[in-house]
Design a protein around this ligand. Sequence first.
Ligand code: G4P
Length: 534
Amino acid sequence: MLDRSTNHPPLPPEIARRRTFAIISHPDAGKTTLTEKFLLYGGAIQMAGQVRAKGEARRTRSDFMKMEQDRGISVSASAMSFPFRDWWFNLVDTPGHSDFSEDTYRTLTAVDAAVMVIDGAKGVESQTRKLFEVCRLRDLPILTFCNKMDREARDTFEIIDEIQQELQLDVCPASWPIGMGRDFLGCYDMLNDRLELMDRADRNRRAESVKMEGLDDPRMADHVPADLLEKLREEVEMARELLPAFDHQAMLDGNLSPIWFGSAINSFGVQELMAGIGAYGPEPEIRPAASREVGAWEAPVTGFVFKVQANMDPKHRDRVAFVRLCSGHFERGMKLLHVRSGKPMAISNPVLFLAADREIAEDAWAGDIIGIPNHGQLRIGDALTEGEALRFTGIPSFAPELLQTVRSGDPMKAKHLEKALLQFAEEGASKVFKPNIGSGFIVGVVGPLQFDVLASRIEQEYGLPVRFEPTQFTSARWISGPKDKIEAFVKANKGHMAEDHDGDPVYMTRLQWDIDRVERDFPELRLSATKEMM
Ligand code: G4P
């Protein structure tokens, strides 16, 4: 577990004001709408509706994106940076569809906190739960936003109770809703004693925000009808008795989540949530590396690649490596050591993701996400430093759950196919295994939709029609252990062996029984369903 205590040198102010986070939610809970409102209050867009409109305009330019649209999912992840009050927010988008959970997992390695959006009528849903589990693995601090309070929602205690029970997470109300559905008036801000009222006529402004001397302040009655006020007082009293109080350290440790209630579409509750992220969300965190931990206060620049994406812009057929800066002050033109190859790399055209547009970054600080266009040198897990041979840890690659053989429509183009498959493996979009016996490749993915996406990309980007066909194998495991033992094992199991894109040995089988047998018969060897990317 990381040392999240405050017992370290102070951060330079530019770093201390950074908040780098992701939104996790079940599809339809309101992530897109909330993101849009974040950008609106961050001054990054002028009008709500632009994110979606922009998304659609972009999609029509590319058939690949069109496929996503047809499927109603968003495959691509990106980052958005914007100011809010004294803070600088970096919002990293997580792909929502469960087929892309590996991608999501790695995205979550790049952030310091997560905002969990739930639908007030639906509570904790399957995808919320899955994503939350990923956050829990890293003890990520979670801030919760209970959305759609302008519709019939569940009872407030019931929602909080469900989160506490289902996610085993303490929840503390940061605000308390007043009425719901058609009668939803607004919220009482429990952390700052303010009455916040929603404007139903204008979706982009708040009706009123009044400082109160607690709930017994006589002015409350000027704004809230007697029946609702009585209910509010009762509920808040009960909440203060029954629910945990806000504890900043418990939140930073990932044990307690403050919850705000609101309505993203009405822009209601959004600014309070943003202020909460600013005030309580963690500053750029310490990052684990193989030999030591890297603090954001350290002067030399360090960072790691957590995502590689092709085709960000159909006009430039480049790839962009998304780098989370872990320490230092980065300036354009800097020469950084690409640790894996040992070669220096001049970062001359880094990209900052200001709202929805790419912009050349002149400088960036620890906590920021920058994009580095490249032609394939940068892979997921790669470290960039000012000279130290660091290797950041905790960026895993998962064994695929589905394996298929890929066949090209044109056997003369085997080399092209190999190149395409390697590119996707390096992007982290799929796994590719070359069996030790026979020709051809086996491709592994986490969700079945990825096969369709791959086939479509190979055809579009390499002009190569391909088919995916079932293989005899259903599981793949990486093998580690003493070299001679691995060699002996590989020799004895040739028909089951393959190499991944790094040349590491992989054992493939269709039976869990086989995996158990290997573990029993070869106790010096370890079969593993994950591999650290580096
Ligand atoms: P997602 O990214 O999590 O999938 O959700 P998204 O923001 O796209 O929202 C899903 C639907 O819920 C949208 O309706 C959106 O307008 C609606 N919504 C979001 N926030 C609120 C809220 O606070 N209150 C209410 N009542 N609805 C909300 P849609 O009909 O699917 O799309 P659209 O036609 O509105 O664009």
